[in-house]
Design a protein around this ligand. Structure first.
Ligand code: TXE
Length: 488
């Protein structure tokens, strides 16, 4: 495993006094790596190197930049098992989920490789005769990226790929909990032939290295994914010096199930949405608003499903749910389990599973009869916990779904087209599903939320790419003298 940072095309061991300690969450006695963290001085060198490399990269035609991404898809496909194993070992998700994440990142690379041929401007008529007006898109320069541990391959890739094809250079700080996967991502781009200096990786802590990226005057834009508290701080600091920002932050996603829902389809979707990736997804289903007439049946099936899930190390082929990523997150989730026992009715799980004490495991947990003002119903838990609240019909479902400060994703289960369409229009989330789990995103579709979930441009899709560009509006006079304007 590579340890340390990658600056100007070379791996180096920073000299910071703080240590990065990468621990296996399935067995915390196993230290996967330990090395000195990068420092703000390393960020300064990385930005300087990125600035130099970007000047040449901006002159490479976008289709050619896209070909580097295309070669990265080939390298990643060849190394898929290695990537999935690293991801599973340091983050905890089981190998099938880890592989799925790697494939998702490859789709993002494929999409952005093609975008190299499509970076668009607009041609619009001018009010002046013989003046040709159009727009072009140019790179921003050096862009900063701060990424979390929960999708340590997919999120860095979905930020890096559009930034690179748009002609930028990157200084990236991955989560200090998942440096292994981040280093493999760098290796994939290196092997694909990305020129040195365009992807600088500084592995360190948020409160020094992260802030140094946010504050650096030569970092034109910052793309962040993580907690709402940190994200809003990043937004405020970057805004003070006029940098562009996009932040993707917390979620508290709801499924609304009406009386006519197909329960056989609903229950597996809830089990997947709530307990997949151990609930550590920003798109996880953490609330179920279910019509009172079917609530009993649904909760019974959920409890049966939750109890049947096999919890275990991500590398165990039989495991269906891995551990929580780190001790702080485990404490946080256990705190919410205790709170939930006071606020609602515990139906399944509620603690740590027996026989797995060496790792950071918790049981898939279902709370029923959760009052809408309960904290477990309003706050992001980021663990395998589903809160169920009975409702009477669509209107109450929409009102309760919207009664949180987040707005990432939602879903409705119904066979009634009118109800589904009304929900799509009125639910306050950036992504809406009908008869589908709340989870997932696709390379070509905008990803992001409303309210306290997101600020700035949506990620992925063409919108995500255009965040990393500057528009120029061009006026060309071909009148051969003073052009005639028609405005009176
Ligand atoms: O996030 P942080 P944490 C949510 C989830 C989770 C909680 C805490 O609810 O329980 O956040 O997780 C860097 N300036 N999500 O503590 O701190 C940090 O080093 C600049 C939701 O891991 O936000 C890391 O690289 N950067 C989520 C990144 O920010 C700073 C994914 C995210 O860490 C910084 C993860 C600072 N002052 C957590 N402080 C999602 N939306 O998917 C920290 N960082």
């Amino acid at each position: 495993m590579r340890t340390g940072s990658y600056i100007d095309g070379r791996w180096e061991h920073p000299r910071g006094e703080r240590q990065v300690r990468n621990v296996d969450p399935a067995d915390t006695s196993v230290v996967l790596a330990e090395f000195p963290a990068a420092t703000p001085a390393d960020v300064a060198r990385a930005v300087e190197g990125a600035r130099r490399a970007q000047a040449a990269w901006a002159d490479v035609p976008p289709p050619e930049r896209g070909r580097v991404l295309w070669r990265a898809t080939e390298v990643a496909r060849r190394r898929v098992d290695e990537l999935a194993l690293a991801l599973s070992r340091e983050e905890g998700k089981h190998l099938r989920e880890a592989r799925g994440e790697v494939l998702k990142g490859i789709a993002v690379l494929e999409f952005n490789a093609g975008e190299g041929f499509r970076i668009q401007g607009r041609t619009l008529p001018s009010e002046t005769k013989d003046v040709f007006t159009y727009t072009i898109r140019r790179p921003l320069g050096v862009v900063g990226m701060i990424t979390p541990w929960n999708f340590p391959w997919a999120i860095p890739v979905w930020k890096a790929a559009p930034a690179l094809v748009a002609g930028n250079a990157i200084v990236m700080k991955p989560s200090e909990f998942t440096p292994w996967t981040a280093s493999l991502m760098v290796e994939v781009f290196e092997e694909a032939g990305l020129p040195p200096g365009l992807l600088q990786l500084v592995v360190g802590y948020g409160d020094d290295v992260g802030q140094a990226i946010v504050d650096h005057p030569d970092v034109a834009a910052v793309s962040f994914t993580g907690s709402t508290a940190t994200g809003l701080g990043v937004y405020a600091r970057a805004a003070r010096r006029g940098a562009k920002v996009t932040c993707e932050m917390g979620g508290k996603n709801a499924v609304v199930a009406l009386a006519d829902a197909d329960v056989d389809a609903l229950v597996p979707a809830l089990l997947n949405g709530a307990f997949g990736s151990t609930g550590q997804r920003c798109t996880a289903t953490s609330r179920l608003l279910v019509d009172r007439s079917i609530a009993g049946r649904v909760v019974e099936a959920l409890v049966e499903g939750a109890r049947a899930l096999k919890v275990g190390p991500g590398t165990d082929p039989a495991a269906q749910m891995g551990p929580i990523v780190n001790p702080a997150q485990l404490e946080r989730v256990l705190g919410y389990l205790e709170l939930g026992k006071r606020e609602a009715k515990l139906c399944a799980g509620g603690g740590r599973p027996a026989g797995l004490e060496r790792g950071l495991f918790v049981e898939p947990t279902v709370f029923a009869d959760v009052p809408p003002d309960a904290r477990i119903f309003r706050e992001e838990i980021f663990g395998p916990v589903l809160s169920v609240c009975p409702i009477d019909g669509l209107e109450e479902g929409i009102a309760r779904a919207n009664a949180v400060e987040y707005g990432l994703t939602s879903s409705i289960y119904t066979r009634d087209l009118q109800a589904a369409m009304r929900f799509v229009e009125r639910v306050e989330t950036g992504m809406v599903h009908v008869n589908e789990p709340t989870v997932g995103g696709e390379a070509q579709l905008p990803f992001g939320g409303m309210k306290k979930t997101s600020v700035g441009e949506r990620e992925m899709s063409t919108d995500g790419l255009y965040f990393f560009t500057e528009q120029k509006t061009v006026f060309v006079n071909f009148a051969g003298g003073v052009a005639r304007n028609f405005v009176r």
